[in-house]
Design a protein around this ligand. Structure first.
Ligand code: NAI
Length: 801
C-alpha cells in the first residue's frame, strides 16, 4: 500500500507573515521595535530553502532597551497577587490552545520538523507548561513563602524546539514573578514572534515579556548586560561554557541545559519490537536534533544481530519528505550548516571504522535532508560515540553484562538522558540508579511533562526545567538578596606563613619543615596535619603556616597544602564507596555519632577556638555546631524525592542523588560552625568532601579529624586540606574529578570558583561573597544547602498492559 500526499495547508501561516509584511522588529515593552542598527536577517523554510521573512538582528542597544523595559516592569509584576499572575499564565495557555494549528504550522515551516510532531507533541506540551505554571503562580506564596524572584531574566534558546523551549523558559520565570528578555535562535524566530502577539492578546503588562531576535552576538549582549539578574540557556555545551565564563565575575544566576549523547541500553530480555519503536522515537524524532536524543544504541551481545536486523527493517519504512505532509516521519534539517556538520561527523565516524547503513530512500530535490542512518561497529572512543551529532544518526555498540553497560553508558562527558530496555524491572531500575543522567526512561523514551524536572548531569549542564526544582532556578531566598557583602580577604591574614607553597627555593630557609616543627613544638601549642583518606598526612610541600590568636600569640602550625595534597584528597574521596553506598539511615547514625563526640570534647575545643574568636563566639560555635550536625543527621534520611504523576501511563520517580565529590571552601568568620554548616549538608546527602578550613584558624582541622576518627566516618568521606584558600580553590576548581565547588569565602573567591571550573562545568554553590549569619539557623541551615547537595534524577516507568 502506498501513502498519498496529505499536506497541511500553510495558508493561515502565510497570511500571518503577510500581515507583518514578512518583516519583524523586536518585541519590547509590549510593542514592536525596529532594530537600532536597521539590520535584518532572513529566516528560511528548510524544507525548500525559500525565504519566509526578514527578522531584526538585535544589537547591544536593542538588548538594553529590552532589559530597561523588563526592569521597569519588574517591581509591579513581582508585587502582583499570586492569583493575578496565575490568570495571565492561564490566559496564555488558553491562547496557545486557541491558536494551536497556526503555531504548529508556522513552527514546521520555520524549523522543518514534521507537522505531526509540532501539532501533536510540541504545541500541546507548550499549553501544558503554561497551565501547570499558572497553578504554581497561584500556589507560590503558600509553597515558597521565603523566596523572591531573581528579577530580570535573560533567556537564550535553541532552534530544535523553538516554541517549546520558549515555554519551558518563560512559564516558570513569569510564574515566580520575574520579567523576561528572551532571544530565540536565529534559525527559528517566528513562533516566538507570534507568541509576542499572544502576550498582547492576553494583555500582559508591557515589559514583562520582551523578545529580541538575532544571532550569537545578540545572545552575548544579553549575557553581558549588567542589569540582568539571571541567565537561562539551552544550546550547545560549547556556548554554555562561554556563557559560564562570561558570567563568572558577575552575580548572575545561571542555569544551563546543554548537549547530550544519551544511550539506549537494550538487555537481552527486552521486548525487541517495542524497543525498536522506542529507538525510532529516540533518534529519529525531530530528525535527531534533540538534546536528549537516544543517539547511542548499547545492545547486549546475544541479541545484537537480531536487533540490528529489526532496526534496519523499521528504518526502511520511515518516510522522509516535506514536513507539512501529515504522513511524514522525518522532515528537514534546520539549516545547511547543520546538514554539513552531520555529513562531516558521519564521514569521520566511518573513517574511524564504523559501518554505515542507510535505507534506500529518495531525498527531496530541494531543501536540507539527511536519511536515517545506522552506524554499527562503533568504537566507544570514536567521535560518533562521543560527540553530539544532532542529526538522524544512531551509533551502535555492544556489551556483555549490566555493569559493562553502565560503564559504557557513562563513558562520555555528558549526562542528559538514558533509556533502559528490559522486561525485568529489577535490572532496569538497578541500572537506572547507576546511570549518570538527569532523566532515565525505562521501557519508554522522550517522555516530558511540566510537572517533572528535566536537565543534565556533568557537561550536560545544571539546573532543572519543570517541576518544583525548576521553579527554584528563578527564585532567591529573600534574606540572601539583602545580606551584606563580606570584606575582601587577603590570604595569610591572621596567620603568618612559614614559607611559600610550591616554591621550595624561595621559601628556603624562611620556611620550616613540618617535622622539625613537631619536634620543636615546646614553644607552640599545637601542630595539626592534613586529613586524607581517614589518615593524618604530612603536606607534600613540607611547609606549614603559623596560626596566631587575636592577640598575635602563636597558637600553632597548620600544614601548607598544595596541588598534590588536593589531588590525593580527591583520589581518596573518589574511593570512599563505604560512604557513597551507605544507606541514608547509616549516614544519619554516623552524623549523630559525630555530634556526640564533638559534644564530649566541647570544653577543650571551645577553649582553643576562643583564642581566635573570643570566649563568647567560641562557646556559641561549639554549641550550635553540635546542633547543626544533629540537624543534618535528621535530614539525612528525610530530604528525599517525589513521585510525579504525569498525564500518561507513567510514574516519574524524582530521586535526590548526591552530586559526587564536592570541594568546599569553608567560611573564614566562624571556623568551626562555618565548617560544619557547609560540610555537613554535603555529607548528609552522600557526597564526599574535600574541605579547606578557614585560613583564620585552620587548627580546627585537628579537632575535627579526631571527632571524625572516633565516629565511624569511613576514610575519604571527609578530607581536610589546610593552606592558602586561593591556591587550593584553584586546584579544586580545575580538577576534573571534582563534581562541585562550594565557596563561602569572599566575593573574589566566588568569582574564581565559577571562572576556574568552566572546564568540566562543575556545579558551583557560593555565597556570592555575602555574609551569612552562621549563628542564625533560619538562614545557615536546611533546605537551601541540601538542595545544592543533590541533583534530581527523574526515572520514568510505564505501567499498564
Ligand atoms: P548554539 O549553542 O550556538 O545556539 C543556541 C543559542 O545560543 C542560539 O540562540 C544562539 O544564537 C545562541 N548563542 C550562540 N552563541 C552565543 C553566545 N556566545 N552567547 C550567547 N548566546 C549565544 O547552537 P548551534 O550553533 O545552533 O548548534 C550547534 C550544535 O549545538 C548543534 O549541532 C548541536 O550539537 C548543539 N545544540 C544543542 C542543543 C541542545 O538542546 N542541547 C540545541 C542546539 C544546538
Amino acid at each position: 500500500m502506498e501513502y498519498g500526499p496529505a499536506p497541511e495547508d500553510p495558508k493561515e501561516a502565510s497570511a500571518w507573515l503577510d500581515r507583518h509584511g514578512r518583516r519583524f522588529g523586536h518585541f519590547v515593552n509590549g510593542a514592536w521595535l525596529a532594530p537600532a542598527t536597521g539590520e535584518y536577517f532572513e529566516t528560511i523554510d528548510p524544507s525548500n530553502g525559500e525565504k519566509l521573512a526578514s527578522v531584526a538582528q538585535g544589537s547591544a542597544t536593542d538588548i538594553d532597551a529590552a532589559v530597561t523595559a523588563a526592569r521597569a516592569a519588574a517591581a509591579e509584576w513581582a508585587a502582583l497577587a499570586p492569583h493575578s499572575r496565575a490568570r495571565y499564565l492561564y490566559a496564555l495557555a488558553r491562547l496557545v490552545q486557541k491558536h494551536s494549528r497556526l503555531l504548529a504550522v508556522l513552527e514546521t515551516m520555520d524549523n522543518g520538523k514534521p507537522i505531526r510532531e509540532s501539532r501533536d507533541i510540541d504545541i500541546p506540551l507548550v499549553a501544558r507548561h503554561f497551565y501547570h505554571h499558572a497553578g504554581w503562580a497561584h500556589l507560590l506564596g503558600q509553597e515558597f513563602p521565603e523566596y523572591v524572584p531573581c528579577g530580570v531574566v535573560g533567556q537564550i534558546i535553541p532552534w530544535n524546539f523553538p516554541l517549546l523551549m520558549l515555554a519551558w523558559k518563560i512559564a516558570p520565570a513569569l510564574a515566580t514573578g520575574n520579567t523576561v528578555v528572551l532571544k530565540p535562535a536565529e534559525f527559528t524566530p517566528l513562533t516566538a514572534l507570534l507568541f509576542a502577539e499572544l502576550c498582547q492578546e492576553a494583555e500582559l503588562p508591557a515589559g514583562v515579556v520582551n523578545i529580541v531576535t538575532g544571532d550569537g552576538r545578540t545572545g552575548e549582549a544579553l549575557v553581558k548586560h549588567p542589569d540582568v539578574d539571571k541567565i537561562a540557556f539551552t544550546g550547545s555545551t560549547e556556548v554554555g561554557r562561554a556563557i559560564r565564563a562570561a558570567t563568572a565575575i558577575s552575580h548572575k544566576r545561571l542555569s544551563l541545559e546543554l548537549g547530550g549523547k544519551s544511550p539506549s541500553i537494550v538487555f537481552e530480555d527486552a521486548d525487541l519490537d517495542s524497543t525498536v519503536e522506542g529507538l525510532v522515537d529516540g533518534i529519529w524524532f525531530n530528525q535527531g536534533q534533540v538534546c536528549c536524543a537516544g543517539s547511542r544504541l548499547l545492545m547486549q551481545e546475544s541479541i545484537a544481530e537480531a536487533l540490528i536486523a529489526k532496526v534496519q527493517q523499521r528504518m526502511s519504512t520511515l518516510r522522509i519528505g516535506a514536513p507539512l505532509d501529515k504522513a511524514i516521519d522525518i522532515g528537514a534539517i534546520v539549516a545547511r550548516v547543520q546538514l554539513d556538520r552531520i555529513h562531516k561527523l558521519v564521514d569521520q565516524g566511518v573513517a574511524e571504522g564504523a559501518t554505515c547503513w542507510q535505507p534506500q530512500v529518495t531525498l527531496p530535490a530541494r531543501g536540507f535532508y539527511y536519511p536515517p542512518t545506522l552506524l554499527s561497529n562503533v568504537h566507544p572512543t570514536s567521535i560518533v560515540a562521543q560527540q553530539e551529532i544532532f542529526g538522524p544518526v544512531l551509533a551502535a555498540m555492544t556489551f556483555r553484562t549490566p555493569s559493562e553497560a553502565v560503564d559504557l553508558a557513562n563513558n562520555t562527558a555528558y549526562g542528559l538522558a538514558a533509556c533502559a530496555w528490559s522486561e525485568s524491572v529489577n535490572v532496569a531500575l538497578h541500572v537506572a540508579a547507576q546511570l549518570k543522567a538527569g532523566v532515565v526512561w525505562v521501557n519508554c523514551t522522550n517522555m516530558f511533562d511540566a510537572a517533572c524536572g528535566f536537565g543534565g548531569y556533568r557537561e550536560s549542564g545544571y539546573g532543572r526545567e519543570g517541576g518544583r526544582e525548576g521553579l527554584l532556578e528563578y527564585m532567591e531566598q529573600a534574606w540572601f538578596k539583602k545580606a551584606p557583602m563580606l570584606k575582601p580577604e587577603v590570604s595569610g591574614l591572621g596567620s603568618q606563613v612559614a614559607g611559600k607553597p610550591d616554591d621550595v627555593t624561595s621559601a628556603g630557609k624562611a620556611g620550616r619543615d613540618a617535622d622539625s616543627l613537631t619536634d620543636s613544638s615546646s614553644a607552640i601549642d599545637r601542630t595539626v596535619k592534613l586529613y586524607i583518606g581517614g589518615k593524618q598526612a604530612r603536606p607534600d610541600s613540607g611547609y606549614s603556616m603559623e596560626v596566631r590568636g587575636s592577640d598575635g600569640r602563636l597558637l600553632g602550625e597548620a600544614p601548607l597544602g598544595n596541588r598534590k595534597d588536593i589531588r590525593n584528597a580527591v583520589e581518596a574521596a573518589r574511593k570512599a564507596s563505604a560512604w557513597t553506598k551507605a544507606t541514608a539511615h547509616n549516614r544519619a547514625q554516623v552524623l549523630y555519632y559525630c555530634a556526640e563526640n564533638l559534644s564530649q570534647r566541647r570544653a577543650e575545643i571551645a577553649q582553643r577556638l576562643a583564642a581566635v574568636v573570643g570566649d563568647k563566639q567560641a562557646a556559641a560555635e561549639v554549641e550550635l555546631g553540635i546542633q547543626r550536625i544533629f540537624s543534618y543527621a535528621a535530614w539525612a534520611d528525610k530530604f528525599d524525592g517525589a513521585v510525579h504523576n504525569p498525564p500518561f501511563r507513567n510514574i516519574a520517580i524524582a530521586m535526590n542523588e548526591a552530586i559526587g565529590t564536592v570541594g568546599v571552601i569553608c567560611p573564614r568568620e566562624a571556623p568551626l560552625l562555618g565548617f560544619l554548616s557547609v560540610v555537613m549538608p554535603a555529607l548528609a546527602m552522600g557526597n564526599t568532601v574535600i574541605a579547606v578550613p578557614s585560613e583564620a584558624y585552620p587548627l580546627i582541622a585537628g579537632d575535627l579529624y579526631q571527632v571524625f576518627d572516633t565516629s565511624d566516618l569511613p576514610g575519604g568521606a571527609v578530607n581536610i586540606v589546610t593552606g592558602y584558600v586561593s591556591q587550593l580553590l584553584k586546584t579544586l576548581a580545575e580538577h576534573d574529578d571534582v563534581d562541585a565547588i562550594w565557596s563561602f569565602a569572599d566575593e573574589a573567591s566566588a568569582a574564581s570558583a565559577k571562572a576556574m571550573s568552566v572546564g568540566n562545568l562543575k556545579q558551583v554553590f557560593t555565597n556570592e561573597g555575602r555574609a551569612i549569619d552562621w549563628f542564625d539557623s533560619k538562614v545557615a541551615e536546611g533546605r537551601w544547602f541540601l538542595e545544592h547537595a543533590v541533583q534530581v534524577k527523574n526515572i520514568w516507568v510505564p505501567y499498564g498492559e
